[in-house]
Design a protein around this ligand. Structure first.
Ligand SMILES: [Zn+2]
Length: 370
């Protein structure tokens, strides 16, 4: 076992090396899916996949990072820690559970310190049926120009106008308007895209390769940026299925733990969303009973995270921005999604580890829905 502080890296390039080394030392089968674009340091970008266990296992646990690129510092650290954690690996092996680590679902965003993909797409709003009419977010349309003003940083008039909107409609509706996803502004925030992104099609390929033999599939998808700092909210990650929600609450609801929250009953700090990534399991692994959560670790208050995202999207539309402003915005993004302290890293690893053990117990039938 390594220390939590040794599992986390300060850049995508370094995180990737740590993950590949950890997986190789553990003897996992590794496959890399290279991204067409280079990273911020000129490095190769890839969705790296490592399987710990039999490719024919009837029970499969997926552990994934960087669905939202800049959130990958956290998720990668958890994955690297797990690869070096002999007790955890033995627990899964003894239960007949194979563990599929997917490192950097969105490697471009991870490397470039963006939450979105190279297509400016929020991957967790991108799993829509694009042959059908897409959701309409009228509230976002009202707010778009305020969120992305011509000048950055925005002046006091801009902040006041946003405050007026919130005073009129409420904070909860503001959060849903901004973060619920929109399909009309390709330069905007939480844009779900108009076609499957590279990460979408690559993930589906990974699921077809690894997920079509298991009878039961669990998934822990690692995120950051919502909720109190260091607290890992376990959010039900599936379509709206009450039986699956009961199962996830049984698996991840031990004594003293806060219950698994859900966007479908208003118990989660996340807004109600559509186009969710995890729903790809129902397309690609139809034979399996699926149970999943997102672990959402808090970093900074919502307002600070939103300011970073607004700045990042503004920067994406203003390539002429001076270097000092560009560097400041990239650092603001990193700080919004990764708390660079040992205290935070220890909290992250402890809660992730508990969820990993619980997932194996759930997959192996040691827990029954209450
Ligand atoms: Zn996220």
């Amino acid at each position: 076992m390594i220390k939590p502080s040794e599992a986390f890296a300060g850049s995508y390039a370094r995180a990737r090396v740590c993950f590949l080394e950890g997986a190789a030392v553990a003897g996992m089968a590794i496959r890399s899916h290279n991204h067409p674009l280079p990273g911020r340091e000129g490095e190769t970008l890839a969705m790296d996949v490592a399987l710990d266990g039999s490719p024919d296992a009837e029970r499969l646990l997926i552990v994934s990072s960087a669905c939202h690129g800049a959130e990958g510092f956290c998720g990668s650290g958890v994955q690297v820690f797990a690869a070096h954690d002999a007790e955890w690996r033995e627990h899964a092996r003894a239960a007949g559970v194979a563990v599929l680590y997917i490192h950097a679902l969105n490697p471009y965003g991870f490397s470039w310190l963006r939450r979105v993909t190279n297509e400016n797409v929020d991957l967790n709003r991108n799993f829509q049926d694009f042959s059908q009419a897409l959701p309409v977010n009228a509230d976002y349309a009202e707010l778009h120009d305020l969120l992305l003003p011509a000048e950055w940083p925005p002046g006091p008039d801009n902040a006041a106008a946003i405050e007026v909107w919130i005073a009129q409609h409420g904070q909860a509706r503001f959060q849903t308007a901004v973060s619920g996803g929109q399909y009309a502004f390709s330069d905007g925030l939480f844009f779900g895209g108009t076609a499957p992104s590279w990460s979408n099609t690559t993930l589906r390929q990974v699921l077809r390769t690894h997920g079509q033999r298991a009878h039961r599939i669990g998934w822990i998808d690692l995120h950051t940026g919502l909720g109190p700092s260091g607290l890992g909210e376990r959010i039900f990650a599936s379509r709206n299925d009450p039986a699956a929600l009961d199962r996830s609450r049984a698996w991840w609801g031990g004594a003293g733990q806060t219950p698994v929250t859900s966007i479908y009953d208003g118990s989660s700090s996340s807004a109600l969303l559509t186009g969710l990534m995890w729903c790809s399991v129902f397309d690609e692994c139809r034979q399996a009973e699926y149970t999943g959560i997102a672990m959402e670790y808090g970093t900074l208050p919502f307002h600070d995270v939103l300011q970073a995202l607004r700045a990042d999207h503004w920067l994406n539309g203003h390539r002429e921005a001076p270097d000092a402003l560009r560097d400041a915005i990239r650092q603001q993004m990193k700080d919004a999604f990764y708390v660079d302290t040992d205290e935070w890293r220890v909290q992250v690893v402890a809660q992730a580890r508990q969820s990993l053990f619980q997932a194996v117990d759930g997959l192996s039938g040691r827990v029954s829905p209450g």
